[in-house]
Design a protein around this ligand. Sequence first.
Ligand SMILES: CC(C)(COP(=O)(O)OP(=O)(O)OC[C@H]1O[C@@H](n2cnc3c(N)ncnc32)[C@H](O)[C@@H]1OP(=O)(O)O)[C@@H](O)C(=O)NCCC(=O)NCCS
Length: 405
Amino acid sequence: MTWDVRATKDLEEFVDAVGAISHYFGSERNLERAERFTKVLPLERMHAAFDGDRIVGGAGAFPFQLTVPGGPVSCGGVTVVGVLPTHRRRGVLTAMMRTQLEDIRARGEPIAALWASEEVIYRRFGYGLASFVGEIELASSFTALRQAPDPTATARLITLEDARTLVPPIYDRVRAVTPGMFGRTDDWWELRTLDDPPERRQGGGVKNALLLELDGKPAGYALYRLYPKFEQGSAAGHLEVIEAFADGPIGTRELWRVLLDMDWKATLKADLLPIDHPLQHQLSYPRRMRMRIGDGLWVRLVDVGAALSARAYSGDGPVVLEVEDSFLPENAGRWRILGGAAERSEDDADLALDVGELGAAYLGGFTFAELVRAGVVRELKEGGAARADAVFLTAAPKPWCHEIF
Ligand SMILES: CC(C)(COP(=O)(O)OP(=O)(O)OC[C@H]1O[C@@H](n2cnc3c(N)ncnc32)[C@H](O)[C@@H]1OP(=O)(O)O)[C@@H](O)C(=O)NCCC(=O)NCCS
């Protein structure tokens, strides 16, 4: 069976297309909410799958600038993917993924990225697991930091309104050098990051914003929520860090010091942290974070040549990759990376790999040597993985996507 898939044309179609995933969240159809959503996900970036004149599936792609090693690259941020339970396992998702990837490519976005509700879904469409993400839960008795406080560090609580102007410049400075982070528009800040509707608090208090200054200059911020609770007279609640970013090591340490030292909590919880977060080295008891690691951002090279040419490298190369891509065969073939640019080549390849594994290595989250050891990338020439890593590995930190979109 073939499915008719196209971009939504009006708000009614948009709300029905988003409605496929909303069904699984148990949400009501809501035109007002959908209209707000179109400020970050334009109608033409939402695809709908039709059974006759009925919409039975939807898939969206935010117009992102995603940081990769070297700087930002245009990226389709795939979101709100769903197929109604009446139509699942009949190829609707497959049809939507094909149309969406073609659309992303036609818009000149060389990569796509997503968070997967289930890790088994997206490899077949050429996505690779590009980053891990860590979730921590640290008991208040183990929050000591190894180093003494910086005397120039001060912190103050700010309103969410003041956060609108004070926080984005800090975020942008961190984003510029952190693969996996994406740019936020004014609407994104307002509607998604700093919005705090009571129905999304899930039993917690209000969203708080904290500004960290070093020498009187903004150097970091945190958004957090408190879940106060007392059991037998003692604090048993927790503090949830929604996001915390700072410019450098001292800012990061002092920002977390304020969060870690907060009273009336039994634990501090944070998820969506990179696994190389500086806290691993700054805490006296890093083991007590009990970091649980899961899959983070998945990346798809939609246009392999353009994507490979868009990122930075630490070595000139050449390195030659034999790429398989069964879903978008126009990407398949041999690609040579030389002097920071990728082009098709007839040279013998160093490595053979699926486009998904190239996505896994693209942000720098995994080395080719690791992927060869896992048996998912094949070395065609001795030393091929080491040569490829010497070209691909940069000084950038591990990819960090801090927000499930
Ligand atoms: C996940 C979902 C979008 C899949 O849609 P679908 O139309 O059933 O997918 P397709 O029929 O195109 O499936 C294509 C292939 O992927 C497999 N597949 C799809 N979803 C899968 C899942 N959740 N688990 C295991 N396999 C899955 C299918 O079995 C099929 O395999 P085959 O080609 O070997 O037969 C749909 O089940 C859904 O909406 N789930 C709930 C919401 C959700 O998880 N959305 C994803 C958000 S990231």
